[in-house]
Design a protein around this ligand. Structure first.
Ligand SMILES: C[S@@+](CC[C@H](N)C(=O)[O-])C[C@H]1O[C@@H](n2cnc3c(N)ncnc32)[C@H](O)[C@@H]1O
Length: 531
């Protein structure tokens, strides 16, 4: 018997493939392990794996890849707090928490990030409004998660403000998560390939299943998705890592796009409930809510992500009223107006020393790099000297507008984009940003207007055509959507190199070009089929 039989066992037991890791690496690891435990042959070791649970857990910990960090792919957190949670709260009874599950939670950075994002949005109410479960097959990783102590590398995408708010230093290089957050997340072992999942896990509103399926082959991904679907409530969501989206589009769950982010929804019918989730993509939700008189879930006025409720940045929202009154509040217009009234939180540096030429380019490059790694506040601060220059450059203002949009300061972002258009009437990035913002606010006609204007001047811009296709698709204008998807596909044929770094920032989906082509093709085929 050779090491291959152990690799087969691992594939069957955990779904992990030697090919994903590199055969040599696994061989080396297994040979070392066999010698450490003192077995004479791979056969003996395989027999041990069948009989000795402790060894099975040890090997599992050795071969799983636990790479993770706080606020990884933070667009998912934003989508969760801005769109999914308000919607799911509206579906839950007053005394029932919205249930969130992180599977493949590794050392805990993902579920704790979810909790931090919820606390930023809902303050201490989050503890009562949400239940967070976290599962992983690797028990050593779960121990680490329960301890909640992290090295510096885990914080590479977390803002210093959030780190300061939710962690305390253990020593110069290690930080412990706040005890209240630590108690709030329940970590338990789960093998996604297990024959049965614990019944108590059923009824999830949102499942985070990110950066786990990359290690599975297609049949395993399909099998796991079938199982995870059984844990979702009808209308519940499943979120995979950005690079995994299309590889999980088996038709088991329906693929949706919302604010440029892709996710899956469980479309299983539910008795007597309106298909609210269908309207998630784009702007249709608000339009339809308006048409039917149904009110979309409202943002609680006391708390806004990233912006303190009062002068004290640590002060949570007012919790004196009954927590569930928050769910009943319905004032969809108000949140936008409120945002417009809130001034920027930082004072601006003086303008006289504004850099120009190569120095300005270098600063812009640094801010762009920070933006790409989702360090929005840091990027904003880096960019600020350029934006307060007597004659700021449109590209700096556009980047700032993008950052504001990412930080949910939509009206500020739109105001800045309009300012760019005053300087440069046809600025493509500003028009796309306005299209995206209007779409996000449910103002479909306005969004289409901005996007058409962008296309009129820059017909070769596939992000503009894609965004327009998505608006048409979301609003049921099938013929127009088809036309735009075809244009995108034609233009992407000519697109060779890596995408323009700004493309992702102005609303183009965060996908590799090949995946984007495939997505457009899938959309087009489905639209043609339903003609
Ligand atoms: C790369 S980490 C992803 C962590 C986190 N979800 C993220 O996106 O940052 C992958 C995790 O999946 C877990 N995993 C791998 N196979 C699994 C299985 N069969 N069942 C449960 N978890 C598994 C690993 O132990 C590892 O912690």
């Amino acid at each position: 018997m050779s090491l291959e039989s152990i690799q087969d066992f691992i594939r069957q037991h955990l779904g992990l493939n030697a090919g994903t890791y590199g055969n040599d690496l696994w061989r080396e690891l297994l040979a070392k392990r066999i010698s450490t435990v003192g077995d004479r042959s791979p056969e003996d070791y395989l027999a041990r794996l069948h009989n000795d649970e402790t060894e099975l857990h040890t090997l599992t910990s050795l071969i799983t890849i636990n790479e993770t960090y706080f606020y990884r792919e933070s667009q998912h957190l934003k989508l969760l707090t801005e769109r999914l949670c308000p919607e799911r709260l509206a579906h839950r009874a007053a005394d029932e928490p919205v249930r969130l599950l992180s599977v493949g939670c590794s050392t805990g950075e993902e579920p704790y990030s979810i909790l931090m994002a919820l606390r930023e949005r809902y303050g201490e109410l989050a503890d009562r409004l949400f239940e967070i479960q976290a599962r992983d097959v690797d028990r050593a990783a779960l121990e680490h998660a329960r301890a909640g102590v992290y090295g510096r590398f885990s914080f590479r995408a977390l803002s210093p403000q959030l780190q300061e708010r939710y962690f305390s230093a253990v020593d110069t290089n290690h930080f412990q998560i706040d005890e209240r957050l630590r108690r709030q997340v329940c970590f338990q072992p789960l093998n996604l390939l297990a024959a049965d999942y614990p019944p108590a896990l059923a009824g999830q509103d949102v499942i985070f299943f990110r950066n786990v399926s990359i290690y599975f082959d297609a049949p395993t991904r399909r099998r796991v998705l079938e199982r995870l679907k059984t844990l979702l409530v009808p209308g519940g969501y499943l979120i995979v890592g950005i690079s995994e989206t299309l590889a999980n589009d088996f038709g088991i769950l329906a693929l949706r796009e919302c604010d440029g982010v892709f996710l899956f929804i469980n479309e299983s019918p539910v008795m007597g409930a309106p298909p609210v989730a269908r309207t998630l993509a784009g702007t249709e939700r608000t339009d339809r809510a308006r048409d039917t008189g149904r009110t979309p879930p409202a943002r609680p006025r006391e708390s806004r992500p990233g912006v303190p409720a009062s002068g004290d940045s640590r002060r949570p929202p007012d919790t004196s009223s009954h927590p569930h009154t928050i769910r009943r509040r319905s004032d969809p217009e108000r949140s936008c107006i409120e945002y417009a009234l809130i001034p920027a939180t930082r004072s601006q540096p003086p303008a006289q020393d504004a850099p120009d030429g190569p120095a300005a380019d270098a600063i812009h490059g640094e801010a762009l790099a920070l933006a790409q790694t989702e360090r929005h506040q840091a990027a904003l601060e880096r960019l600020e000297p350029l934006c307060v220059a007597p004659q700021p450059r449109p590209r700096d203002l556009v980047l700032k507008a993008h950052l504001l949009l990412e930080m949910n300061r939509t009206p500020n972002a739109m105001a800045l984009a309009h300012r760019v258009l005053e300087i440069d009437h046809w600025n493509l990035e500003a028009l796309l940003l306005l299209g995206r913002s209007a779409q996000r606010q449910g103002r479909t006609t306005e969004a289409i207007g901005f996007l058409r204007r962008a296309i009129y001047h820059r017909p070769e811009s596939w992000p503009a055509h894609f965004q327009l296709a998505e608006v048409y698709h979301a609003t049921g204008q099938a013929q127009l959507a088809q036309r735009e998807y075809r244009v995108v596909l034609r233009q992407l044929e000519r697109e060779a190199g890596p995408p323009d770094p700004m493309a992702a920032l102005i609303g183009a989906p965060d996908l590799a070009l090949g995946d984007l082509r495939q997505l457009c093709q899938i959309r087009l085929t489905r639209l043609e089929a339903s003609d």
